[in-house]
Design a protein around this ligand. Structure first.
Ligand SMILES: [Zn+2]
Length: 314
């Protein structure tokens, strides 16, 4: 925090286009990014979505993020105060929310019993519903009012309505924490992982999944832009839906897990379906068959579009 204040005095932050722009170090390694990835958004977007940002990568762990980072002046509500159903229209197609029961079952196998589960970023609450139905003791974290109301009304469980790092959750309170499709949206992933590490019991499990920004889908997308003579990239979406601000690959994800006392026990890289947010965007001019072929090829190795892991807290 002291460093950040010093930096602000030396280099006053700018505000424009609805964002406050702030110099961004790699939150994991705490160093300046050294690898330029490309421009993203605004004039550097096929549909002119959002505001143009410069995307960089950490030279040490490979984490991808905008520098400077655009923070919405209106707070998170500027991005997320939308109707829950409307926001999740695209997400449903990813099939992730349909897997809630399978996820809880997997948690039970890893833990060897049922226990206390916290879902961070509950969205429409499918995971909480599935866990409650199987006899787990469940709570959720959801700072967005519309999403919190939706979940509380529908499921009737305790929802912490602050960002997880601000919620007064006792230490070693939960056996399982679920962070599904959340980490890439957060402006302070390091702080979040520290907090989760504290509220989990030793031997407890963290589930998380993120887009694999080092996957073939992104690599091919970036090459495609280059072939068209554009200095654009297809990583992240800092100023337009789905508002991904940090981009992980295997190396950066393992780095942040180990930094906070986690060891991955289950590690899956998979292609999934083509990313909905990109349909009609990046690959809009490629045949859709080419996109699905990339998805199928990338299922074969570590080049898939998503990474998911169950990590044990030591
Ligand atoms: Zn780093």
């Amino acid at each position: 925090m002291a460093d950040r204040n010093a930096q602000e005095q030396e280099n006053p932050e700018e505000s424009h286009d609805g964002y406050r722009w702030s110099e961004q170090n790699c939150p994991i390694c705490e160093i300046k990014p050294t690898k330029y990835v490309g421009k993203r958004g605004g004039a550097s977007h096929r549909e002119n979505q959002g505001v143009e940002t410069e995307i960089w990568a950490c030279g040490k762990c490979g984490l991808i993020f905008p520098n400077p980072m655009p923070y919405p002046i209106g707070g998170l509500g500027q991005h997320y105060e939308v109707d829950a159903d409307q926001y999740f229209q695209g997400h449903d197609k990813l099939g992730k929310l349909d897997n809630a029961a399978g996820l809880v079952e997997q948690a039970e196998k890893l833990l060897g019993r049922k226990g206390r589960l916290l879902d961070v970023g509950v969205g429409r609450g499918e995971i909480l519903i599935a866990a409650k139905e199987r006899g787990w003791d469940v709570e959720g974290v959801e700072p967005s009012e519309s999403f919190a109301d939706y979940a509380e009304k529908r499921i009737g469980v305790k929802i912490w309505r602050q960002p997880v790092e601000e919620a007064e959750i006792p230490e070693a309170e939960f056996d399982v924490v679920i962070l599904a499709a959340v980490l890439e949206h957060l402006y302070n992933p390091d702080e979040i992982m520290l907090k989760i590490s504290r509220i989990l019991k030793p031997g407890g499990f963290l589930y998380l999944d993120v887009p694999n920004e080092k996957g073939l889908y992104f690599r091919v997308g970036n090459v495609y832009q280059k072939m068209r003579g554009r200095k654009w990239c297809v990583n992240l979406a800092p100023t337009f839906s789905p508002f991904h601000v940090f981009g992980f690959g295997a190396k950066s994800l393992i780095a942040i897990l180990r930094k906070h006392g986690f060891e991955p026990k289950v590690w899956t890289v998979y292609g999934g379906t083509s990313m909905v947010s990109m349909r009609g965007g990046v690959f809009g001019k490629l045949e859709s068959v080419a996109s699905s072929l990339i998805t199928r090829i990338s299922n074969l190795g570590n080049m898939g579009t998503y990474i998911e892991t169950w990590a044990v807290k030591k």
